[in-house]
Design a protein around this ligand. Structure first.
Ligand SMILES: [Zn+2]
Length: 258
């Protein structure tokens, strides 16, 4: 045995207790009815139109410092995402900020993200809190929630099983009643995005407690308009239950796993 191999083995043995978090945790299903490319095509068109309109009114990427922060966080999260879900390497992520756009943070199918400047500033989000915001949005993309939502909506709209993706989307954007019927699916997707996002953030090296401080800030904001809703309470209790696991995942550096 060469000295190099011996020292490698020694390092492995010493680090073994931390390997509890060394395997990918996520198993994301993607067997939904509508094809991914149909969903991505519509999302791309909507995102392009929205960002073009924001650019024309000088409200896109105004705060260059914030945009650079977000891009740095996104680059770190991509590493954790690739480890947890190999298919994420094929996502062409794009991120922009906007001003006076009524946006907190959103994700569209295909990896298109948009973050409101006022949202980040008013909540004074740290880099780690920002990471858990973006990780939650990336989770919506990786779990293909738009595709899942529209596939499920086929059972909640008239003649839904004979309508195409764009048609279902039109119905969703116009019908309050259909969205009401879909509220349980919507709530479930938020809980799932938190679960996946928490793992992605921790895997990418961000202190998991920031997920809890982020949710506290978000719920503080929500209580202005309404009492904390059951989904908000469920998000907090899930994050509390996951905290120690997330810390174990974070303890294993992704860079050491490649
Ligand atoms: Zn969400």
């Amino acid at each position: 045995m060469t000295p190099r191999l011996r020292s490698l083995l020694a390092v492995l043995l010493i680090s073994t207790p931390t390997l509890v978090g060394a395997q990918a945790v996520l198993d994301i299903r993607n067997d939904f009815y509508f094809p991914t490319d149909a969903v991505d095509r519509v999302a791309e068109r909507v995102y392009k139109t929205r960002t073009r309109e924001l650019a024309e009114s000088a409200r896109l990427d105004v705060d260059a410092t914030l945009l650079a922060r977000l891009r740095g966080v996104l680059a770190a999260l991509k590493v954790g995402a690739r480890f947890e879900h190999a298919q994420s390497a094929t996502v062409d992520w794009e991120i922009h900020t906007c001003r006076r756009c009524g946006e907190n943070a959103s994700a569209m199918a295909g990896g298109r993200l948009l973050v409101g400047e006022e949202f980040v500033n008013e909540l004074a989000l740290s880099d780690a809190e920002l990471a858990y915001v973006l990780a939650h949005e990336m989770a919506h993309v990786l779990a293909e929630h738009s595709r899942e939502f529209a596939s499920a909506a086929r059972y909640f709209v008239d003649n839904g099983r004979h309508r195409d993706y764009q048609d279902i989307q039109n119905e969703l954007s116009e019908s309050f009643v259909v969205n009401l019927r879909m509220a349980a699916v919507s709530a479930q997707q938020e809980i799932e995005a938190d679960y996946i996002g928490f793992i992605l953030g921790a895997r990418s090296g961000y202190e998991p407690y920031a997920m809890l401080s982020l949710l506290a800030k978000l719920n503080g904001e929500l209580t202005d308009s309404a009492a904390m809703n059951p989904v908000g309470q469920k998000r907090i209790s899930q994050a509390q239950a996951m905290l120690e696991t997330a810390r174990r995942i974070r303890a294993v550096k992704v860079s050491a796993l490649h």
